[in-house]
Design a protein around this ligand. Structure first.
Ligand SMILES: [Zn+2]
Length: 311
């Protein structure tokens, strides 16, 4: 089926293409960092176990300790010892720590329950780095002193860029923002040059950012405007000069929109009431989804959820 005019307009809109390009770079970054983070956090856990007293190397059968958001007051001797050690390696020990992410009784036996103390909010159900996006992995590098990064501001800059992207509710960023992002991501790759899976990525990331992502409809003989869905996008379109590896355009759009919605729901959970500006953002996002019928079919339930945020 030919793609609708609206769909082609969206895919060829400069700001939206920029937004998608940056999102794809972060997707690449996340996929290259996951294996590294997994290995490092397993090593870190082994190091902590070797420092802990023999009695605290096993789960404490009578542990009844409970976490609540940013609050944790360990009650059993094992959790008390682990809490102290975990905090010794936390670079933000006097700021917000999202204890609610983890189950303390599992610290002696599960490396990822320890790692979750260094993650941002909203990772209670995370079972490993494979479920984490780039922002979560970079936050872990930023918060845990196991990671030796000479210039940590380069990590923080990309976390900020990712927040810009996820707070752009019209799903666009301008070209000067993208250029700046490109520079910052190259600086991050230089900083993380000890990560084997990132070593050869600088060039590919640059290519993602500088290539023309314009989309053409290959099915031009059909009547335009009668429909077309997200899955048709990948069957029928071609980038003029570029192809994504390991991810379809369809999947990329859905992945980024899911992340953006997740951020929005977390904000609502944290602040309970959304500000005037946030409500405008929700309305902008809602109208974007309503206007793009192909996306609407995927995110129909989300539209109802967004309505509840507006009420
Ligand atoms: Zn306990």
């Amino acid at each position: 089926m030919a793609l609708s005019t609206r769909l082609l307009q969206r895919l060829n809109c400069e700001g939206y293409k920029n937004w998608m390009k940056a999102g794809y770079c972060l997707h690449m970054l996340q996929s290259r960092l996951q294996g590294y983070i997994d290995a490092e956090m397993r090593t870190f856990h082994r190091q902590l176990v070797s420092k802990i007293s023999p009695a605290a190397r096993q789960r404490y059968k009578s542990c009844r300790c409970r976490v609540r958001g940013k609050q944790f007051h360990p009650e059993c001797p094992v959790c008390r010892e682990w809490t102290e050690l975990i905090l010794d390696h936390h670079k933000n020990r006097n700021g917000d720590i999202h204890w609610g992410n983890c189950n303390p009784s599992l610290w002696p036996v599960n490396y990822w329950e320890v790692a979750k103390v260094y993650l941002p909010r909203g990772h209670t159900n995370s079972s490993g780095p494979q479920k984490c996006d780039a922002a979560a992995l970079l936050n872990l590098i930023n918060s845990c002193d196991h990671f030796k990064v000479a210039d940590i501001s380069r990590v923080r800059e990309i976390i900020k860029c990712r927040n810009d992207l996820m707070h752009s509710y019209d799903l666009t960023v301008d070209s000067s923002w993208l250029k700046d992002f490109g520079k910052k991501i190259q600086e991050l790759i230089t900083e993380l040059r000890h990560v084997p899976s990132l070593v050869n990525e600088a060039e590919q990331l640059q290519e993602v950012l500088t290539t023309d992502w314009s989309v053409e409809d290959l099915v031009t003989h059909e009547v335009d405007g009668i429909g077309g869905s997200l899955s048709d996008v990948d069957e029928n379109v071609c980038f003029k000069h570029f192809s994504l590896d390991s991810l379809s355009l369809n999947e990329l759009e859905i992945e980024l929109l899911c992340q953006l919605l997740e951020e929005l729901y977390l904000q609502k959970e944290e602040h309970e009431v959304l500000s005037e500006k946030e409500l405008t953002n929700v309305a902008t996002l809602k109208s974007f989804l309503s206007e793009n019928k192909d996306l609407l079919s995927v995110f129909e339930k989300e539209l109802d959820k967004l309505d509840t945020l507006l009420n």
